[in-house]
Design a protein around this ligand. Structure first.
Ligand code: SF4
Ligand code: SF4
Length: 187
């Protein structure tokens, strides 16, 4: 991201919105760059994590919500663990996705919204991710029927794919209540 940004367009409402949803004080970031240095997905991002933090501080809503980065983030929490200011950056990225979805913003990365929808619906309905139905639904609905099919034998061999889940999640009612109370259900 090498762009000059005019600071006459600071969206204060957006800054409050991100801080309120993520429950993080974004202004505490002092741009050390550790989040970016430790991010395994930074090479896929058009705006690095520390730059996202800076853009939030200066209220550049469109710049952020139009970026691929918020959808490329893996929610791996490495940045959160490394931040010397103890900012939960992963929650900040989650807040950005929530805002983007609430506003029905277009997502530039192909099928990423579909993937998130399938993941969320799996957790909502079964309390966990079920890898095989997830992969089948994603491939079917995205029109890429044989996507990653070559990985199946080695994943099966390592016990990473399960056709039948033996353990049911007992707290499914509570999980559904979380969904119905959460902002995710509004998206
Ligand atoms: S690690 Fe924390 S303080 Fe450093 S740039 Fe990232 S968010 Fe800011
Ligand atoms: S949570 Fe997202 S932004 Fe943070 S290190 Fe992981 S991929 Fe990068």
């Amino acid at each position: 991201m090498n762009k000059l940004i005019a600071l006459n367009n600071v969206n204060q409402k957006f800054i409050h919105q991100v801080e309120s949803i993520s429950k993080q004080k974004v202004s505490n970031c002092y741009q050390c760059g550790k989040c970016t240095a430790s991010c395994p997905a930074d090479f896929l991002m058009d705006i690095s994590p520390n730059q996202i933090m800076h853009l939030i501080q200066i209220g550049q809503k469109d710049e952020i919500l139009n970026s691929d980065s918020i959808w490329v983030c893996l929610s791996c929490i490495t940045c959160t663990a490394r931040c010397p200011r103890e900012i939960d950056i992963t929650s900040v990225f989650n807040a950005l996705r929530i805002i983007s979805r609430k506003e029905k913003r277009p997502v530039s990365i192909r099928n990423v919204k579909l993937f998130f929808d399938i993941v969320l619906s799996s957790i909502k309905n079964q309390g966990r991710l079920n890898e095989v139905p997830l992969l089948l639904k994603y491939n079917l609905w995205s029109g890429m029927l044989l996507n990653d099919a070559d990985l199946a034998p080695s994943l099966l061999g390592r016990g990473k794919l399960h056709f039948i889940r033996r353990h049911k999640v007992k707290e499914i009612k509570e999980i559904r209540q979380i969904f119905s109370r959460s902002r995710i259900s509004d998206s």
